[in-house]
Design a protein around this ligand. Structure first.
Ligand code: ATP
Length: 428
């Protein structure tokens, strides 16, 4: 029968310290652990329960002691690998665990003094940074720690939609199907998927996020001892490198994990050699990391935005709203020159102020824009405020002065201050 291949069930036996690498195709894949123990990026699989993985997901099922798993459905590819860097990764976890325990013990003597490990994961694109971050977080959570995940990757972030930097406490191993929880996330909207559009603004937002976390940590010894895992962008040259150094400094990172790049590792070792409390550690890249070209990245950004509104399995129902032009205040950060050319000395170029707030006149240019809803109470708080969520503009009626937008729910927006960047989404 034609359908037989897609409903075929097969078993795969994995030897100890091996992994099954799977790329789900365009239809969901059902999967379960039959016997033994196995984990997906640090999160243990429940025995015998069927899990449904969404289309296009790429994952590895790794076993420390051996396991048999069962697959139901077709995959894009799947193969078994016996060479992985997992032992070196779990050794890093053991070091972090030791530091957390020591921090906890010493903070009992001197409350509020100690800080647990602050790990920053760096490396080129497609080196497995997000994956390693998730593993370290899930292993820590399994042992009862509540580390904070900080995601500075505005291109392919894991907490919320692209164009954001965000942080969230991890209280349980990360769900292999659902991904990271969004409920407690602290999100700042940059609005672009590459920092070069406004590197100064990126730095300002990174600083805001770090300061807010610092404030939260000061009243929370448990979170402080558990520390942070910080994921970064794959852009490691020029301005990208500068932004990495800025992030290491701003978050007071004390462990820098460099995946898969000798040159970056030696550069960082050299520049950080005067900071004896910062360790730079080189780690091997996993052969399982799937490379993604620009087109695939663009597509996955679109899926992320779709997922924000509709849920991973179309389980959410977003709502279409209509508002008057006067009801909403849309701001762009860093637009336009500071002073008109005529006001400058002859020969001087007007420079754009990267954090200048510009009230945008609503017109058709905003169609399909993804806007963030700020928590700011006044416009001058917009840059320093995190955001409540996002809307997408689906129609603009200039004559009637009406905007139609998609929002995650039917209720009123929590604020009328919106931030626009260059991020757009077109429902297909
Ligand atoms: P970038 O910075 O370029 O966004 P990255 O370095 O953070 O990427 P990841 O997102 O961790 O890279 O990995 C890229 C893809 O490879 C992801 O879809 C991830 O699930 C997949 N992947 C990582 N490790 C493995 C593995 N061992 N087996 C199968 N797939 C894997």
């Amino acid at each position: 029968l034609a359908a037989s291949s897609s409903s075929s069930t097969r078993q795969v036996k994995l030897d100890k310290e091996c992994e099954l690498r799977v790329e789900v195709g365009e239809t969901p894949l059902r999967f379960r652990l039959l016997n033994g123990t196995a984990e997906i990026f640090g999160t243990e699989l429940p025995p015998e329960i069927w899990l449904t993985f969404p289309p296009r997901l790429k994952f590895a099922v790794f076993t420390w002691y051996g396991a048999t798993v069962e697959l139901n459905g077709t995959t894009e590819t799947d193969y078994t690998a016996d060479e992985t860097p997992m032992v070196s990764y779990v050794n890093v976890h053991a070091v972090l665990d030791g530091r957390r325990s020591r921090t906890k013990a010493s903070s009992a003597d001197a409350p509020g003094s100690s800080q647990g490990p602050r790990v920053i994961v760096v490396g080129p694109t497609d080196s497995g940074k997000s994956t390693l971050s998730k593993m370290l977080l899930s292993w820590a959570a399994k042992q009862g720690w509540k580390p904070t995940f900080v995601d500075l990757d505005i291109g392919q972030g894991s907490i919320t939609i692209p164009g954001c930097i965000a942080a969230t406490p991890i209280e349980m191993p990360i769900d292999s199907v659902e991904g990271l929880p969004l409920e407690m996330a602290l999100v700042y909207y940059f609005g672009h998927t590459t920092p070069s559009v406004n590197a100064e603004l990126y730095k300002v937002l990174v600083k805001e996020l770090a300061q807010t976390l610092e404030r939260q940590f000061s009243g929370n010894a448990e979170a402080r001892a558990a520390g942070m895992v910080i994921n970064t962008m794959g852009w490691i040259e020029g301005v990208g490198y500068e932004l990495l150094l800025h992030a290491i400094d701003t978050f007071n990172a004390n462990i820098v994990l460099v995946i898969g790049q000798e040159k970056l590792c030696s550069m960082l070792k050299d520049v950080l050699k005067n900071k004896p409390n910062v360790d730079v550690v080189k780690l091997q890249k996993s052969g399982g990391v799937v490379s993604r070209n620009a087109k695939v990245r663009q597509k996955s950004r679109n899926y992320r935005i779709r997922e924000y509104f509709y849920g991973l399995t179309n389980d959410l129902s977003p709502h279409s709203h209509i508002a008057s032009f006067n009801d909403l205040f849309v701001y762009r950060i860093g637009g336009g020159p500071q002073a008109p050319r005529s006001a400058l000395p002859i020969g001087a170029e007007p420079s754009a102020d990267p954090t200048r707030l510009v009230l945008v006149t609503i017109n058709r240019d905003l169609l399909h824009s993804v806007l963030a809803v700020s928590f700011a109470k006044e416009p001058d708080q917009i840059i320093s405020s995190n955001v409540a969520g996002f809307i997408c503009i689906t129609d603009i009626d200039i004559q009637r002065k009406k905007i139609t937008y998609l929002a995650p729910s039917a209720g009123d927006l929590p604020s009328k201050f919106l931030i626009v960047g260059s991020l757009t989404w077109l429902e297909t």
